[in-house]
Design a protein. Structure first.
Length: 469
């Protein structure tokens, strides 16, 4: 990318989250990810823009030096910070403004600093040595937390039975964040049992919220931009998907068609999520097992009788297993962490200069990772122990909030790629790649808020599911 020859006409709105806005190049497989700031305080955004470079560099370092070693070389693309002409950024921001969903407009894109992250466009295939035949398809899943807390610091028993996502649904509905309840349960997706995973994926397709998006040729064709603006027509989706799964067969139509095609899609997603994509398959496939008792959530609608038989575990190097292991660094739960956070805060109150030495807010260099690996689990009462737990918790938070991108492209008949790069469906062959995105460090200062929110979610769940007399 030549930053001095940037033309806003070559870029278009791609999507956004809570923290950043993404534009994609119309031809090349590249995106720019800009920071966003609250709209109502322009003074503040000027100040934040001054810190934008450091902030973005921290994101790159954290993805590269902390998250990549946990999640694996093949899944993480950390990108780089680029400095762009301010004129280009302003023109671009005007251009994308009309495309943005209303519910996201409480924040504005950073147009003052000129800095952004440049990343590969992960809606496109990452294995570039094949001629792409036809537009790539991409499934984005934000799986959320896949285990029940096992910490003895947990005070509310319900947290050992019902997962965070399922409990949070009740509060989100009451707050008006979403209009309909999702029946997706992350524990089903992370179970490694194909039936349960299919059930989870069906529920995501039924009610995508911000946990599922599907792109064709980089364009959103299924999922929500916003609670008011959702593309969720399964018949329409089927029309898009048919050429990928039934390339030669124009005959498949009628009422069975949607079900058949959607089942093919679900099978492909399940296969990709369980594969060791990109890594060589040597020897036996070791499995990651979560002990039986914590492997399912009471709020899941999956059939109980099947559940008893259906515990499989995840192949050790598959993307779900990597994400789950990083999530499980949160092994004291927010309830066990909050007092440790207070210990750090008290120490920093007395010795403010130590904040830099303890690398609370970065820099996230190679050393940080080694420190986090250290798994000494006894609290020896030190600040070092507390800092390590806080940092492990932050890594887990990032892993609970990331998204998986599965890119698929029809495999040309004359190509013979490595077997681990292809998924065979009943009537077609697809080349695929799996990546993980949104690996930003979560702010240290957010921990008290997380503690409060946890209490709110649990209390609200208990109140709203109480059997009324
Ligand atoms: P969140 O609110 O989930 O924390 P965020 O503000 O941190 O989101 P991202 O999740 O990184 O932002 O980006 C928002 C959306 O933009 C993603 O959900 C994804 O659809 C798209 N996106 C981000 N990075 C890429 C990329 N490298 N390639 C393709 N699409 C991307
Ligand atoms: Zn659940
Ligand atoms: Mg995100
Ligand atoms: Mg994010």
């Amino acid at each position: 990318m030549e930053v001095d020859k940037m033309d806003e006409n070559e870029w278009k709105y791609h999507g956004e989250g809570n923290k950043s806005l993404v534009v994609s190049h119309v031809e090349h497989s590249q995106v720019l990810r800009f920071l966003k700031y609250p709209a109502e305080e322009p003074g503040k955004s000027h100040k934040a823009a001054k810190e934008a470079f450091g902030h973005l560099q921290n994101i790159v370092d954290f993805s590269k030096n902390v998250m990549k070693p946990f999640l694996g070389e093949n899944y993480v693309h950390h990108g780089e910070v680029v400095h762009l002409p301010l004129d280009f950024v302003r023109q671009l921001s005007l251009k994308v403004e009309q495309e943005r969903p209303e519910s996201r407009c409480d924040k504005v894109m950073d147009i003052f600093s000129g800095y952004a992250l440049c990343l590969p466009n992960l809606t496109k295939l990452q294995t570039c040595h094949f001629s792409e035949s036809g537009p790539p398809l991409c499934i984005e899943i934000k799986p959320k937390c896949g285990f029940l807390p096992f910490s003895s610091h947990v005070t509310k028993d319900v947290k050992h039975r019902v997962c965070r996502f399922c409990m949070h649904q009740h509060l989100k509905l009451a707050n008006g964040k979403w209009k309909r309840m999702s029946r997706y349960c992350p524990l089903d997706l992370f179970s490694g049992n194909k039936q349960r995973m299919s059930f989870a994926l069906k529920n995501l397709l039924q009610e995508a919220q911000n946990n599922l998006k599907i792109f064709k040729n980089g364009e959103l064709i299924y999922g929500c931009k916003d609670d008011k603006d959702c593309l969720q027509d399964l018949n329409e989706l089927t029309q898009h998907l048919k050429p990928y799964f039934f390339p030669a067969n124009g005959l498949i139509h009628g009422p069975h068609c949607t079900r058949t095609v959607i089942n093919e899609l679900i099978n492909v997603i399940t296969t990709a999520l369980l594969s060791n994509s990109g890594t060589c398959r040597t020897g036996e496939i070791r499995k990651l097992h979560i002990s039986e008792g914590r492997a399912h959530c009471d709020a899941s609608h999956f059939h109980r009788d099947i559940l008893r038989k259906g515990h499989c575990g995840l192949p050790k190097d598959c993307v779900l297993s990597k994400i789950l292991q990083a999530q499980m660094l949160d092994n004291v739960d927010i309830e066990g962490l909050h007092p440790l956070y207070n210990r750090v805060e008290q120490y920093l109150g007395e010795f403010p200069k130590e904040r830099i030495k303890l690398q609370i807010d970065g820099p996230y260099n190679e050393n940080c990772f080694e420190k986090l690996r250290n798994s000494q689990s006894e609290d020896d009462g030190t600040v070092d122990y507390a800092v390590r737990k806080v940092q492990q918790y932050r890594v887990a938070m990032t892993a609970k909030d990331c998204s998986i991108m599965i890119a698929l492209s029809p495999c040309p008949d004359d190509e013979l790629p490595e077997p681990n790069l292809v998924i065979q469906t009943s009537k077609s062959r697809l080349i695929y790649s799996v990546s993980i995105l949104d690996l930003d460090p979560k702010p240290y200062e957010n921990i008290p808020h997380q503690y409060k929110l946890d209490g709110q979610i649990v209390n609200f769940y208990l109140k709203s599911t109480q059997v009324k007399p």
